[in-house]
Design a protein around this ligand. Structure first.
Ligand SMILES: Nc1ncnc2c1ncn2[C@@H]1O[C@H](COP(=O)(O)OP(=O)(O)OP(=O)(O)O)[C@@H](O)[C@H]1O
Ligand SMILES: [Mg+2]
Length: 275
């Protein structure tokens, strides 16, 4: 009987020991996976529909070089335009790719919470979180930063449309994000809405190192461009220059797809008052 009790006790002790070991192993695994999750970065596959074009790529390289020569402290740069559809999102994406290829750690930040095209245009098929969720406290930075299939290029999507984009962008949370991104990346390239109807670009400009005004060739008048620049400067935005986009190379006798001016207007026809 005593023998039986002893062996029962021994069995119970053995079981307890095993349970303790299993528990400890499970705890260790959870801690490890937490560590792994923290370290591993979210990723998306982007498909660029643009066909390669020698002149276009050369012009982008020029733009990239000009930005690099703008100064070591010019890292967070927004791109805006006077009117919709002038080509901001296209240029920002291609520029981010180009910066990445040149070995610069770059993040493309889509701050056009009103009308983002990134997910659709570059055929992102996963359900991604974005800026609007971060700004409204629904997602931490690590949940909105995505690595991509392009070298040195990360992306932050705009996220779902919010009813108050200007308010969100105007808060301390966005300013904090800019500081954090500036520490992590060589360049932060920001896509914004056009200046015509909303103040978002000027708001973003307050916490950026500089802004580029994109001008669609033959479409935007001198006065409209000047008005946009004044509006940006009034908010404290540092203007870096202008990019003339959609240039008809044959008609305008330009050698490149894009033209870049270090002070708003290189290759820009001041007689056009059509805007
Ligand atoms: N250099 C270019 N040459 C020809 N077409 C272009 C060029 N850049 C952009 N486009 C085309 O112009 C259209 C608008 O481009 P995009 O969406 O980049 O403009 P946007 O300024 O970001 O517009 P929005 O103000 O609506 O955000 C797209 O169909 C794009 O393919
Ligand atoms: Mg756009």
């Amino acid at each position: 009987m005593d023998q039986e009790r002893r062996s029962q006790r021994e069995m119970m002790q053995e079981n307890e020991k095993q349970a303790r070991t299993t528990y400890t192993n499970a705890q260790a695994k959870t801690a490890m996976s937490r560590r792994d999750n923290k370290a591993s970065k979210l990723r998306v596959e982007l498909t660029d529909p643009r066909k390669s074009n020698y002149f276009y790529e050369e012009a982008l390289k020029t733009l990239r070089t000009n930005i690099q020569f703008a100064g070591a402290d010019i890292k967070t740069i927004l791109v805006t335009s006077c009117f919709p559809n002038e080509g901001k999102s296209d240029v920002v994406f291609q520029l981010a790719k180009e910066m990445g290829m040149a070995g610069k750690k770059t993040v493309l930040l889509d701050a056009d919470i009103r009308k983002s095209v990134l997910v659709q245009r570059y055929l992102v098929d996963s359900d991604v979180k974005g800026l609007s969720q971060y700004l409204s406290g629904q997602a931490p930075v690590r949940d909105i930063l995505y690595g991509t299939n392009y070298e040195n290029m990360d992306v932050i999507f705009a996220g779902p449309m919010a009813p108050n984009p200007s308010e969100l962008l105007n808060g301390k949370v966005f300013a904090k994000l800019m500081i954090e991104l500036k520490q992590r990346y060589d360049y932060v390239l920001i896509d914004t809405p056009p200046m015509a109807n909303v103040v978002d670009a000027a708001i973003v400009g307050k916490v950026c190192d500089g802004a580029i005004l994109l001008i669609e060739s033959g479409f935007v008048g001198y006065r409209a461009a000047q008005k946009a620049i004044k509006q940006l400067e009034k908010s404290g935005t540092h203007m870096l220059g202008a990019v003339l986009n959609k240039v008809d190379a044959r008609k305008e006798k330009y050698y490149s797809y894009y033209s870049y001016g270090s002070k708003y207007g290189y290759g820009y026809d001041q007689n056009h008052e059509n805007a």
